[in-house]
Design a protein around this ligand. Sequence first.
Ligand code: SF4
Length: 492
Amino acid sequence: MHPLPHDTSRDDDDGFHEECGVFGVWNATDAAALTALGLHALQHRGQEAAGVVTLSEPGKFHAHRGLGLVGDIFGDAKVMAGLKGRCAVGHNRYATTGETALRNVQPLFADFEFGGLAVAHNGNLTNATTLKRALVRRGCIFQATSDSEVFIHLIAISLYASVVDRLIDALKQVQGAYSLVGLHDGAMIGARDPMGVRPLVLGRIGGEGGAYVLASETCALDIVSADFVRDIEPGEIVVIDNNGLRSIKPFGRTQNRFCIFEYIYFARPDSVVEGTPVYTTRKLIGQELARESHVDADVVVPVPDSGVPAAMGYATEAKIPFELGIIRNHYVGRTFIEPTDQIRHLGVKLKHSANKPMIEGKRVILVDDSIVRGTTSKKIVEMVRQAGAKEVHMRISSPPTTHSCFYGIDTPERSKLLAANHDVEEMARIIGADSLAFISLNGLYRALGRDGRDSANPGYCDACFTGDYAIPLTDLVDHPERMPALLAANGQ
Ligand code: SF4
């Protein structure tokens, strides 16, 4: 289910929420407008807030940040006119840490002895509390509650001379998953964490000699007519200035652990991530799912929107007709007030409607991307039955979600995850389906072109299915008291 501007297709507390999107452009006319467009294409990664910082001449930065959607924040000609300059960085925020308040909206900006620096990042630091405590002991004052400020303080106290060396110094101290864009007087900087959990791509407008673009996904390059150049590599820092691009790899070699959920749900289907088109991969996952969990049925119906490509793949492989048996209403605001249980129960019907003629009297296979708490699945199964389905079989294009994500994706705590507490048969009973099946972990890896999951080196982060957290969860180990705060920050 992956629409724009916000995925209102699930209950707000029943789903994975996207993390954040970053965008940057170096040396282009209308840099602010290009950045606003890029952020608009990345709106699915964060809808709470957005910000843009531009640079018009050395030392002269301009910023605008706001709460809400990109179109609302940057739709004002006066705002755009104030964002002067040929270089800009921007950020879409989903509040994974820190409450949604204007002071938390990125890019964060600070004046240092070497000049101004704007920083925006996507992801989550797993040792932020540990670092913050040490920094506060050294006299640092935190203005915001988000982890992003940790970068700023680490850069400020670094003893290195250049901004790039200071950034490297800072990044060597943080643990976690992040993609980062920064802008200072002389350069735009992009960086990915050593395991490359979160995505970041490089593009160019106008070919060789043209403008450089950094973005979370290729769909943001497409909207500004930038050509895709390459992914920023795990652990790579790129420094882009008027002399071109310089690549630095200051970290030792580690395993690549790109977030496998980007393929299943987060990334926009028209994006290409890590060299693999998301749309095609979702169809392949659906095919694999059909091979693994065949059931006789009359029709395959996706739970829109992000279940659609997997359902297409499933239908092709199973040779069962594909129909849009559920129609999604794209215009339901997430703040719709549902004051009573009765009205709350009606909620799902505001978001989805059964397309009755496609369902009535039929054995239906529903294809969705994940089950988190299960409340949305239960309502959808119920709705499809009410529309006259003879049988309802639920097929899920991810393995059971048994663990929370601490790498920048907003997930419920483990005790609230249906798959962490029930086996598949119990889950089928709870959501009211005649049968339920998830793609296997090996099946998911096969759909990604592997022979299966290599547990010694999976190549992807899949911790929410396996509990194999490759990046240490330092704050949870060193500061168990932070657990409730972390979970609260994750929307609990
Ligand atoms: S835990 Fe899951 S959602 Fe989080 S980064 Fe890993 S694969 Fe992605």
